[in-house]
Design a protein around this ligand. Structure first.
Ligand code: 9PG
Length: 809
């Protein structure tokens, strides 16, 4: 008898003889995972074992419906009695009443007399050839089909030929590339081997070379671009194990598998371990919030309420991308002074000191000669000036020349040859890492954080190179997985810092920091050039997907926007405004647009005293930050999304901000259809481009934007054209082109608009009016306007903090 579990969205069927399971969408006809398999790999001494690929009859039980972080859910359990090594397995499947996904986890208990070492817990495997060894090869189908065809003919049905398949891969940590691959593409691997792979690659995730074969960390999406259907497979947390996903989309029989990395951690007799919840669901690719069910579930799993961030979005200045390690207290002071001088026009809060003050990475309690008194006096100066002091720390990584290596060699993590592990080539040297299972090493890292917050006076910490806490090696405690070590160490750091401190994760495995950090870097470092270069060399480096560069930083800011305000505040890395970089003005505007529209933190990293006013203005128009998560309309169809949308509203009504990007290396015309943005093509729209002030009237649902420069942006405020109605059409006062409107009052023959901006503002406002104004007053004084035809009028204005425009027509 087949065991069935179902809710309104899904039906799960388990074959009791093979323990293979199938998941069928009850809403998206044709979406099915058929004959999926669970595997358990471990070793004992020198022999390795595969369990569960030859199941003996499991016992099934159906516990009572239970309440969970995801609302009421109905479990179904299957238990396998101990086999020769005394391992007892329980797999719990659960369908929540209110959510469209399946959850399942595996618990293994060692009832035997020997320790075993867990290698891999494969939670899902369908379609891979090796699977056929022990029964029918599972199948994955995302193409539409009729229900009649689907039911009752299992193992006989041929899958429908898929359309154009693609796979979204999430990178291992903050800097790692995340994005969509097409069928014939190759997974973006680093070509720098041991120089960078410890940083960017999870030790348990393969780095496939074959076109069509891809890998991902924590979750992945396999979808069919032609049929617009997709499957998300992932873990709701990374507390127990790091999750890896591998997908094959290179031909018409796609395959996917997903496993929890056991890291060879030891399971002693009497002990047990459970995986994190695995999660699977089907969805339509054009759903406006396709990753929402998953990203929200992950937030709930960590006790977070999506959309509710307790800390303010960080806005301020960072020393790194102008000065790198060459900072001095004078430099920090000069920028603090400038920042103060820019008030209130540039309302920012944070002055963050980055790398370069410590005597050596790892030796956090001694300082460079330029900082004879450390950083505490600077924290005080910053605080006294009314700003929030921020400090960079890298508590888990160790420079080879750090004194700590000599004083506490036992705190380091060693590999099987007894050498300190390689934490990657950084600061022109191979670095190493602490063994956080050594209580004194962890206590030291905590002491650093505690001192920085509570003694030196930094309520904001950028905690960097955190992946160093999750490297493989011979840990002092061999019973813990890398995921458990990093997660619990981050928790201990949070306790040391206190709840009130703002913690920013950087270089951090994505899943480990959820619910612990307030903000998180989600992409590569920004750089004063578009493509990566290393010491002036472009060859080899320019193709690296996650080396510092504007291209790589902006790419992930877009592809990881769905995490923002769910798991934390996204940190897209800094805005570089100075004119003497290798970035063109279009590229700077592109960066500013990407930062503003994705809604995360906003940090400027230029020498503020030298910024020309026209560049400073780019920062002014981003403030206050919009702070909202956008829709990425072609997130699954292009490697880097080209269409982004934010729906906004205010006293003057609602409007849409549409971002279009030209990722090509040359100038291009961009075509757009209103339907790309789900706007009614029958409706006439006014579109105002922010950076140029150009206005477009779209009457047939289509617009061509001419000559968008290489890596350039068109940022359009779209409003339905309502003839003979007073209408706000946009402005150059704020990048939203509308959030500056504080009040909007329309009467029969007059209009009163209240505008609000921090500090002094100058610019123009564009209005649609029923007829030519008879009179216009700015704060009670007559003001002029320009008639631009089509009942459009431009009002140049200058004001401080707020103003009122009164029109009579
Ligand atoms: C300070 C910097 C900044 C920056 C961080 C991080 O691969 N690498 O060699 C590599 C070096 C530096 C780096 C990332 C990678 O940057 O993201 O914002 O704080 O450290 O050293």
């Amino acid at each position: 008898m087949v065991h069935i579990l179902e809710n309104a969205f899904l039906q799960l069927k388990i074959d009791p003889t093979s323990a293979r399971w199938s998941l069928i969408s009850r809403q998206r006809s044709g979406s099915i995972v058929d004959n999926a398999q669970i595997n358990f790999q471990y070793h004992r001494r020198w022999s390795s074992h595969q369990s569960l690929d030859h199941w003996r009859l499991p016992h099934f039980s159906r516990p009572e419906k239970e309440s969970s972080l995801h609302g009421p859910l109905q479990p179904l359990q299957m238990t396998l009695d101990p086999e020769h090594d005394g391992l007892s397995y329980t797999i719990t499947f659960a369908l929540p009443d209110e959510h469209p996904f399946l959850l399942w986890k595996l618990n293994v208990e060692n009832l035997g007399t020997h320790s075993v070492y867990i290698d891999r817990i494969e939670m899902l495997s369908v379609g891979f050839i090796y699977q056929s060894r022990s029964g029918p090869r599972g199948m994955l189908d995302l193409s539409p089909s009729s229900d009649a065809e689907r039911i009752g003919k299992r193992n006989h049905r041929l899958p429908h030929p898929p359309g154009e398949l693609a796979f979204y891969s999430n990178g291992w940590q903050s800097w790692s590339y995340s994005g969509v691959y097409g069928m014939s593409e190759r997974y973006k691997r680093t070509h720098l081997g041991p120089f960078t792979s410890p940083l960017r690659v999870n030790a348990g995730t393969p780095q496939p070379k074959r076109p069509g074969l891809f890998a991902s960390d924590m979750f992945g999406v396999l979808g069919d671009r032609s049929h617009r259907s997709a499957l998300l497979a992932g873990f709701l947390s990374q507390e127990q194990h790091f999750g890896s996903i591998e997908a094959w989309i290179g031909d018409s029989t796609p395959a996917i598998r997903m496993w929890a990395n056991g890291d060879g951690a030891r399971l002693d007799p009497g002990e047990q371990i459970s995986t994190d919840w695995a999660c699977l669901y089907f969805f339509h690719l054009d759903n406006p919030d396709p990753l929402g069910p998953y990203t929200d579930a992950v937030a709930r799993q960590h006790g977070l309420t999506p959309g509710m961030t307790t800390k303010n979005i960080p806005v301020g200045w960072c020393s790194w991308y102008q000065f790198f390690q060459k900072i001095t207290p004078e430099i920090i002071r000069a920028n603090l002074e400038s920042a103060q001088g820019f008030q209130p026009d540039l309302p920012f809060d944070l002055i963050q000191i980055d790398d370069g003050y410590e005597s050596q990475v790892g030796d956090w309690f001694s300082f460079k000669l330029d900082f004879p008194d450390g950083v505490a006096p600077l924290a005080k100066e910053i605080q006294d000036t009314g700003f929030t002091p921020g400090l960079w720390l890298a508590p888990f990584i160790v420079h080879p020349k750090a004194r700590l290596r000599i004083d506490h060699p036992d705190w380091l993590l060693y590999n099987r040859w007894g050498l300190p592990v390689n934490a990657g080539y950084i600061w022109d040297t191979f670095t190493t890492a602490l063994d956080l299972t050594h209580p004194e090493a962890l206590a030291y890292a905590c002491d650093v954080v505690k001192t920085a917050v509570h003694q030196w006076g930094f309520p904001y910490l950028k905690l960097d190179f955190l992946y160093a806490g999750a490297l493989p090696g011979r840990h002092r405690d061999p019973t813990r997985t890398r995921a458990q070590i990093l997660r619990s160490s981050l928790q201990t750091l949070r306790e040391a810092a206190g709840e009130a401190a703002t913690l920013v994760g950087c270089g951090c495995p994505i899943g480990s920091a959820i619910g612990i950090v307030d903000a998180m870097r989600i992409g590569a470092d920004i750089d004063p050039q578009w493509k990566p270069k290393y010491k002036g060399i472009e060859i080899v480096f320019h193709r690296e997907p996650d080396l510092p560069s504007a291209r790589n930083a902006i790419h992930n800011a877009l592809t990881r926007a769905p995490f923002n305000h769910r798991w934390w505040i996204n940190d897209p890395d800094c805005l570089l405004l100075r004119p003497d970089t290798h970035l063109t003005l279009s590229e700077v505007q592109c960066l500013a647009t990407a930062i503003a529209l994705t809604g995360g933190s906003l940090l400027i990293s230029d020498h503020l005293p030298d910024l020309p006013p026209e560049r400073l203005r780019i920062a002014e128009v981003l403030l206050p930050v919009i702070g909202k998560r956008p829709h990425l309309l072609d997130w699954f169809d292009n490697p880097t999304p080209t269409h982004m949308q934010l729906d906004l509203n205010g006293p003057a009504g609602s409007w849409h901000l549409l971002g279009l990007f030209n990722w090509e290396a040359g100038e291009r015309d961009l075509q757009m259809n209103l339907t790309d943005f789900y706007l009614d093509p029958q409706v006439e729209y006014y579109l105002r481009e922010f950076w140029s002030g150009d206005i477009y009237r779209v009457t047939d649902g289509h617009l061509k934007l001419n000559a968008i420069p290489a890596h350039g942006t068109a940022l359009l405020a779209a409003r339905p054209f309502r003839p003979y109605h007073p209408q706000y059409l946009g402005s150059d006062l704020h990048i939203s082109q509308g959030l500056e409107v504080a009040n909007w009052k329309v009467a029969a023959d007059n209009l009163a608009i209240h505008l609000r901006r921090p500090g002094k503002a100058g610019g123009q406002v564009e209005l649609g009016l029923p007829r030519t104004p008879l009179e216009a007053l700015l704060d009670g004084r007559p003001t002029s306007w320009q008639n631009h035809g089509d009942n459009r009028y431009i009002f140049p204005l200058e004001f401080n903090q707020s103003c009122e425009i009164k029109l009579r027509y």
